[in-house]
Design a protein around this ligand. Structure first.
Ligand code: HEC
Ligand code: HEC
Ligand code: HEC
Ligand code: HEC
Ligand code: HEC
Ligand code: HEC
Ligand code: HEC
Ligand code: HEC
Ligand code: HEC
Length: 437
């Protein structure tokens, strides 16, 4: 017998290997938060606070890099050289290449990110922020406006108060912070509650009112929305298509109807021709009195756009929305939401007092022009307004009556409701074919 335990040499060998193994792990972990030798050499100068370079345009470029923050960042293992290959201990200081401005320097340096994050560049390239950058907008955000390049933390879901969007969209942040989401998100651990990028995306940010990005984000987290609204709102899907979520969920917000121009055949929004702005001048021309487009002026504007050699005719689609994009963020608890049919389905209801006509601008943001509220009732524009009731106008008289009925039958619920549903169906049939035609 060799005794109870394993032979001593086996034990020794085991612990030897284990010790080496654990030491390796420890060393690796220490190394991960420590700085490599070459990086320490760079920081020997650049960790100095107040180290700056004066630029020819009078700006001051800070040359300070905080060592500990960089050591704790995701990019530490790659070292300074991975993003600053052109700068070495041999070739600088001084720096030979010219730096015209801090902005130009930042834009040029973000090219370094592309080597490893090409996928993100592709997303970013299609964003409204990137199109602003291409237009030369001096405050269009680039990678380093949202990610401090020397302090990027691993998988840090953003802390609300420090969200990068805030420095440029502070008014929106204020409205968001007071909303049902903002109040919930400010509590620790609530990272399932949306912050800016959860509704707008982080890199492929598009114009807020273009396409369905934002609405799809809402529905992604609130998948039962259509069903839960259908309980009290007839044809909820139709309502949700025509009315933006904030139009009901921001109590007291001023609302309007935006009549968007569509190509009747391609079913896409008509957009401004690149480099040849036409919308504003055409609208001004049509609106000779300068009081807002009336029905005749609107008709002639539509004719102009129909003539452009587009595939189809220019038609209109109405959208009921909050007039101010900042206010649209003040989403409130559900019991504050408007559910009163009368607040919309009544002659002179407030959302229908303010009307704009729009096409999509070059970066997706709408170009708008004011219209007279009476265009909603005019026979001329109703003709081109497939898919939108001219509430309070002639066509809606029947619908208005149905609401009186709805109110009267409020008590005799089931039968009343069935009758109403039937009436609505008949009504819908009567004006049938209007849907997206
Ligand atoms: C001896 C001190 C010193 C050391 C060591 C040093 N730098 Fe610099 N660095 C400077 C000074 C001074 C400037 C400003 C030069 C000028 O005015 O043109 C500068 C400028 C820079 C700039 C801005 C200009 C540009 O072309 O991008 C970067 C980036 C930079 N250094 C990175 C590094 C890196 C990376 C290392 C390590 C490889 C390093 N530095 C090592 C002193 C130093
Ligand atoms: C992940 C890429 C990346 C790494 C790694 C990196 N930098 Fe930078 N660095 C940048 C970018 C991008 C800029 C442009 C700054 C901006 O846009 O604010 C920059 C700017 C600088 C500047 C100019 C002053 C300033 O802050 O704008 C210095 C100096 C500098 N870096 C030094 C260093 C040193 C030293 C290291 C290593 C300890 C390092 N960098 C590591 C990306 C990086
Ligand atoms: C307008 C602000 C903004 C700009 C500009 C921006 N980012 Fe981001 N980025 C974010 C936010 C916010 C997140 C976190 C995403 C999340 O939480 O869903 C993020 C996440 C990331 C991630 C982590 C992977 C991921 O997709 O979650 C990488 C890598 C990244 N960004 C790189 C870049 C690069 C490279 C650029 C420049 C092309 C860039 N970012 C430009 C805001 C921005
Ligand atoms: C040499 C390659 C390389 C370069 C250059 C580089 N990165 Fe990274 N980056 C990485 C790696 C590797 C990770 C870690 C990926 C992971 O953990 O999944 C990373 C992670 C990130 C993250 C995500 C942090 C997280 O986990 O949430 C962001 C944001 C980021 N990088 C931004 C940038 C920006 C901005 C630049 C340019 C200033 C840049 N990177 C340049 C390789 C690089
Ligand atoms: C719950 C989803 C949601 C969150 C979170 C959110 N937004 Fe919005 N955002 C919207 C909606 C909805 C609109 C208006 C769209 C419309 O009128 O149809 C909008 C519009 C905007 C606009 C256009 C404003 C204008 O004047 O027209 C900007 C800019 C914007 N958001 C930025 C942000 C920023 C920055 C944050 C974070 C502080 C944020 N959003 C958070 C949903 C959200
Ligand atoms: C460096 C400044 C800057 C940062 C940071 C920034 N933006 Fe923007 N953003 C702009 C500018 C400038 C515009 C053009 C419209 C404007 O002036 O509001 C814009 C436009 C937008 C729009 C379209 C507005 C519309 O009218 O439809 C949205 C949505 C948006 N940003 C969301 C975000 C989100 C989300 C973040 C953070 C992840 C963010 N932005 C960070 C500067 C910035
Ligand atoms: C016509 C007005 C109206 C519109 C448009 C509207 N809502 Fe509502 N919503 C309400 C009312 C009223 C309630 C409260 C219903 C209740 O108390 O049961 C509500 C409740 C909710 C709730 C809480 C109940 C639930 O379903 O979990 C969510 C979430 C919600 N809405 C999301 C949305 C989203 C997302 C949109 C846009 C796609 C939207 N709403 C559009 C009026 C509206
Ligand atoms: C990332 C997921 C997410 C997105 C995107 C999102 N929400 Fe929410 N929403 C939540 C969560 C989680 C809550 C519950 C917050 C709390 O704890 O009070 C909530 C609460 C609400 C409420 C209050 C419900 C109640 O019971 O009172 C409304 C209304 C609402 N959201 C509407 C919207 C609208 C409209 C959008 C799009 C513009 C949207 N949400 C986008 C996750 C999301
Ligand atoms: C925020 C304003 C608003 C509120 C509140 C509202 N509606 Fe509507 N409703 C509209 C608009 C706008 C349309 C036109 C939709 C379209 O044609 O695209 C519409 C259309 C309708 C239609 C015709 C839908 C169809 O089948 O095509 C009926 C029926 C209707 N509403 C009933 C109601 C009832 C009942 C309520 C209250 C429970 C109500 N609505 C609350 C704005 C509203």
């Amino acid at each position: 017998m060799h005794g109870r335990g394993l032979p001593t040499w086996v034990m020794a060998a085991f612990f030897g290997v284990a010790a080496a193994f654990f030491m390796d792990q420890g060393a690796a972990r220490a190394a991960a938060s420590a700085l490599s030798e070459p990086d320490q050499q760079c920081l020997a100068c650049h960790a100095t606070e107040g180290l700056v370079k004066k630029l020819p345009n009078g700006e001051t470029l800070s040359l300070h890099v905080a060592g500990p923050a960089f050591a704790a960042s995701v990019h530490n293992p790659m070292g300074c050289a991975s993003c600053h290959a052109e700068v070495t201990l041999q070739n600088h200081p001084p720096v030979k290449q010219k730096i015209a401005s801090t902005r130009e320097y930042s834009i040029a340096r973000t090219e370094a990110c592309r080597q490893c994050h090409d996928d993100i560049f592709k997303l970013y390239g299609g964003s409204i922020h990137a199109s602003l950058l291409r237009e030369g907008n001096p405050v269009a955000p680039i990678c380093t406006d949202c990610h401090a390049p020397h302090a990027i933390q691993p998988k840090a879901r953003e802390v609300m108060a420090e969200v990068s969007c805030r420095k440029c969209h502070d008014a929106v942040f204020g409205a968001y912070a007071a909303s049902v989401h903002g109040r919930a998100r400010s509590k620790p651990g609530n990272t399932h509650v949306p912050l800016c990028a959860d509704c707008h995306r982080a890199h492929d940010v598009t114009a807020a009112t273009a396409g369905d990005t934002v609405k799809n984000a809402c529905l992604g987290c609130h998948p039962a929305t259509v069903a839960s609204h259908q309980v009290w709102l007839p044809n909820a899907a139709r309502h949700l298509e025509t009315i933006s979520c904030p139009a009901c969920h921001v109590p007291g917000a001023k609302r309007r109807v935006d009549l968007r121009m569509y190509d009747s055949v391609a079913q896409t929004r008509i957009s401004e021709k690149q480099g040849v702005p036409q919308f504003d001048s055409r609208a001004r021309f049509a609106d000779a009195k300068g009081t807002g487009l009336d029905a005749l002026a609107l008709q002639s504007l539509l004719r102009e756009f129909s003539r452009d050699g587009a595939v189809g005719k220019a038609t209109l689609r109405g959208r009921l929305e909050v007039s101010d994009g900042v206010v649209a963020h003040q989403l409130s608890d559900k019991y504050m939401a408007s559910r009163n049919c009368d607040s919309c389905h009544r002659v002179g209801a407030d959302p229908f007092q303010s009307v704009t006509v729009s096409i999509a601008g070059p970066d997706g943001r709408p170009l708008r022009y004011d219209a007279d509220k009476d265009v909603l009732h005019s026979a001329i524009s109703v003709e081109s307004m497939g898919g939108f009731y001219a509430i309070g106008g002639t066509r809606i008289k029947l619908l208005d009556w149905l609401f009186v009925l709805a109110l009267l039958s409020g008590i005799g619920v089931p039968i009343g409701h069935l009758t109403l549903t039937w009436l609505f169906r008949r009504y819908a049939k009567k004006i049938g074919g209007r849907e997206d035609s």
